[in-house]
Design a binder for this molecule. Structure first.
Ligand SMILES: Nc1ncnc2c1ncn2[C@@H]1O[C@H](COP(=O)(O)OP(=O)(O)O)[C@@H](O)[C@H]1O
Ligand SMILES: [Mg+2]
Length: 328
């Protein structure tokens, strides 16, 4: 049984004047001990997918499909089980640590309050636990840090504090939503290493959300690529990088310059779709170098790819042969 199993998840936000679902029939799994990437341009539905796991979607959202954590279905979960899920079983880390921290409360209060309220620890135990958590995420002089305010710490330090809080409940699943995207590269590397260290040690499932396909391919075991609220490709990370099958994935890879690569940078033409753009067929057709008229009406379905994974492109066979070069 997967640790996280999202099946046929469709999310509509009727109030927002949208012409298509925010998420459209999303299937996604994370196993215990697995690091899974979720990649796509801004607005593709990555954060909405993560929010659905903790049932943090707007009240007005119309949701179909299933989201299961272990044996438990989240969408129909009773309030006590949902509280337990959020407090202990699944933790989320966001891009901006300052959004998780109260600017006028000390770091120590943030951590100990969480430990007291969600885990029911007595104050002295919570303080010792908070110290141990800060040490575990590589924060030097943790006793001093407990007395500091968020503005006294760097972004990287604060993200460590947030990760420490996320690990406090000893979760099974960690959702990292662009958790390193706002950090400079050396700090990003430190945070990535800390996440990986704890993920391995605790056998955590990690859903690593990023707009950076290169980073996801290098860091994750398996990667999902989203476009306009749909999963367009899902592959083992190494395969995705070397042999992308969806023209969108190939386009994302061709957007980023690489040292020693003489090929020109090729931006994907057009712009990412908004919720006002509705599609009868493949949502990528309008921007796709391989699109044929039939793609405009072809409702995407995932097809298995040899070697593992799937791709939702009716021209994926073409991307297998020499023509594939037009994409890369
Ligand atoms: N609460 C909301 N109300 C209206 N639109 C929303 C809301 N949340 C997300 N959206 C829209 O849904 C789409 C997907 O958003 P999101 O999941 O945040 O994408 P990503 O994380 O990939 O950038 C975007 O077009 C966004 O504007
Ligand atoms: Mg997002």
């Amino acid at each position: 049984m997967s640790l996280l199993k999202i099946a046929d998840l469709t999310v509509e936000l009727p109030g927002a004047g949208a012409r298509r679902p925010v998420l459209d029939a999303v299937d996604l799994t994370v196993d215990r001990g697995e690091v899974v990437g979720l990649v796509g341009e801004s607005g593709s539905g990555k954060s909405t997918t993560a929010k659905a796991v903790l049932r943090m979607l707007p009240d007005s959202a119309r949701v179909r499909g299933t989201v299961a954590v272990g044996p438990d279905e989240v969408l129909g979960m009773a309030p006590p089980a949902l509280r337990e899920l959020r407090a202990r079983r699944v933790a989320m880390v966001y891009q901006d640590p300052r959004s998780s921290l109260n600017p006028v409360r000390r770091i120590g209060d943030f951590l100990t309050e969480r430990l007291i309220h969600t885990l029911g620890q007595p104050k002295t135990v919570a303080r010792a636990h908070a110290l141990a958590l800060l040490e575990a995420v590589g924060i030097t002089r943790p006793a001093e840090r407990l007395h500091q305010f968020p503005h006294e710490l760097s972004g990287g330090m604060l993200q460590r504090v947030v990760i420490a809080a996320a690990l406090a409940g000893d979760p099974e699943l960690l959702l990292a939503d662009e958790a390193t995207s706002a950090l400079d590269v050396t700090t990003q590397a430190e945070i990535l290493a800390i996440l990986r260290e704890h993920q391995t040690e605790r056998g955590l499932g990690l859903l690593f959300i990023t707009h950076d396909l290169h980073l996801a391919a290098a860091y994750c075991d398996r990667v999902y690529v989203m476009y306009a609220g749909r999963v367009v490709e899902e592959r083992p990370a190494a395969d995705l990088f070397g042999d992308p099958r969806h023209p969108y994935t190939a386009g994302l890879l061709a957007c980023t310059p690489e040292l020693g690569d003489p090929r020109p940078i090729r931006p994907i033409p057009g712009r990412p779709p908004s919720l006002d753009d509705a599609f009868e067929g493949c949502p990528f057709a309008a921007r796709c170098p391989l699109a044929e008229p039939e793609c405009e009406t072809w409702r995407p379905v995932a097809r298995a790819v040899a070697g593992g994974g799937s791709v939702a492109c009716r021209r994926a066979d073409v991307t297998l042969d020499a023509d594939r070069k037009v994409l890369l």
